[in-house]
Unconditional design. Structure first.
Length: 397
């Protein structure tokens, strides 16, 4: 492994050279089943033929054009994306490069909406404890986890964290005199795949509507079909004012999006916001393939079916090391009675590693906190591959 990178990641001991479908191969030729999808990015797996062709064809035509102009493919992607999110009430989109950028855009929309309609000082944005919204200074300010804050203050002022599920705390926090927006993940990913309770979302939507506070869903990890619906918020029957997307939106090419419904669609004006590479033609071409594949009831239904199979299999083991299983679609967690990281290492070592001496394929998984395994496999994974990966996991437990 190269040592020229800054020491920012706790990397597992494998370097990859190629991938296909739900599989990756290391530089030494060892094979690994991928239950991570690049942290929910490679939603169509690796080397997907339609995605590869779209990227190659677009690269031969046009990779980048300044956002002072439009490109044909970016316009088509934006229109298709707004159409996919129309059931949630979305009307317009701003294209960026990442989830953090999208969430920064959402915060700016909320603050300008409030400033233009009310007096200055009504700028606070409420988020949940345990949330994760990005690693820029402002999106760290919005992230309700102290471990991410260490050493990087002072932070952007005007964020308040409340406990998930505590309606009294939320009622107090959503003060109509001080609050511009409420930013929430339908399923909290980084803190352990924690879906929100329906009654909590219903009450939050009611508070926001009554007090003219923007309801904003961070769908960076749980959107684009990951939960078995195109948007995670669809499970609650609410129509947010703002939705943010990224990760799987272009199947591996960097892109982010902040979408706005009727109330917020016209807030940003010329000069208010920008992104040099946001929504470039290469990302847009890839994004069109993802949307045309994923935004389909049968495809989404199969994601849900596979996720149910995954969870049912884990529960059927009644394994003494597994203390709980939860999730939605192909966004799944398993709580352990031990630390998760050694299990990740053991699953890597299965691929001919020195610890277990096996020639079997290895397995790639994620953690979410010290004792939780997180599974975000690509949508194209087969039932047989799910079974094969879970058998590897069982051996490692």
């Amino acid at each position: 492994m190269s040592d020229v990178f800054m020491n920012t990641y706790h990397r597992l001991p494998v370097t990859f050279a190629r991938g296909e479908g739900a599989w990756l191969w290391g530089v030494d030729g060892k094979k690994y089943l991928d239950f991570t999808a690049g942290i929910a990015v490679n939603c169509l797996g690796h080397n997907h033929p339609a995605l590869v062709k779209a990227i190659a064809d677009q690269a031969a035509r046009l990779c980048h054009v300044s956002n002072y102009f439009q490109s044909d493919v970016t316009a088509a992607f934006a229109e298709r994306l707004v159409a996919a999110c129309a059931p949630a009430g979305m009307k317009r989109v701003f294209l960026a490069n990442s989830g953090a950028e999208a969430n920064e855009g959402a915060c700016k929309i909320a603050r300008k909406y409030s400033l233009k309609k009310y007096e200055p000082g009504r700028h606070r944005i409420v988020t949940l404890k345990g949330s994760f919204h990005g690693r820029t200074i402002t999106t760290l300010s919005a992230t309700g986890q102290e471990k991410f804050h260490k050493d990087f203050g002072p932070f952007t002022e005007g964020f308040l964290f409340v406990p998930s599920g505590d309606l009294d705390a939320l009622d107090r926090a959503l003060d109509a005199n001080t609050t511009a927006g409420f930013l929430i993940e339908a399923v909290q990913g980084e803190s352990g795949i924690l879906p929100q309770e329906a009654a909590y979302i219903e009450a939050a939507a009611k508070f926001c509507a009554e007090r003219d506070i923007l309801l904003m869903f961070d769908e960076v990890q749980c959107g684009v079909g990951r939960t078995g619906a195109f948007l995670g918020c669809e499970a609650y029957g609410v129509k947010p004012d703002v939705v943010t997307l990224a990760k799987g939106l272009a199947g591996g090419v960097p892109v982010g999006a902040v979408l706005a419904g009727e109330k917020a669609a016209g807030v940003l004006e010329v000069g208010d916001h920008g992104s040099t590479f946001g929504g470039n033609p290469l990302a847009a071409a890839a994004g069109l393939v993802v949307l045309e594949t994923v935004d389909n009831p049968a495809f989404l239904g199969d994601i849900k079916r596979k996720g149910d199979k995954f969870q049912d299999t884990l529960r059927s083991w009644k394994h003494p090391r597994i203390k709980g299983v939860r999730g939605r679609g192909l966004m799944i967690a398993a709580d352990l009675d031990t630390e998760a990281w050694p299990v990740l290492e053991a699953a890597i070592a299965k691929a001919g590693g020195p610890h277990l001496g096996s020639k079997d394929p290895g397995l790639l998984m994620l953690s979410a906190g010290p004792n939780t395994l997180r599974f975000l496999p690509p949508y194209i994974i087969s039932d047989g591959e799910i079974e094969q990966g879970l058998e590897i996991l069982k051996g490692c437990l």
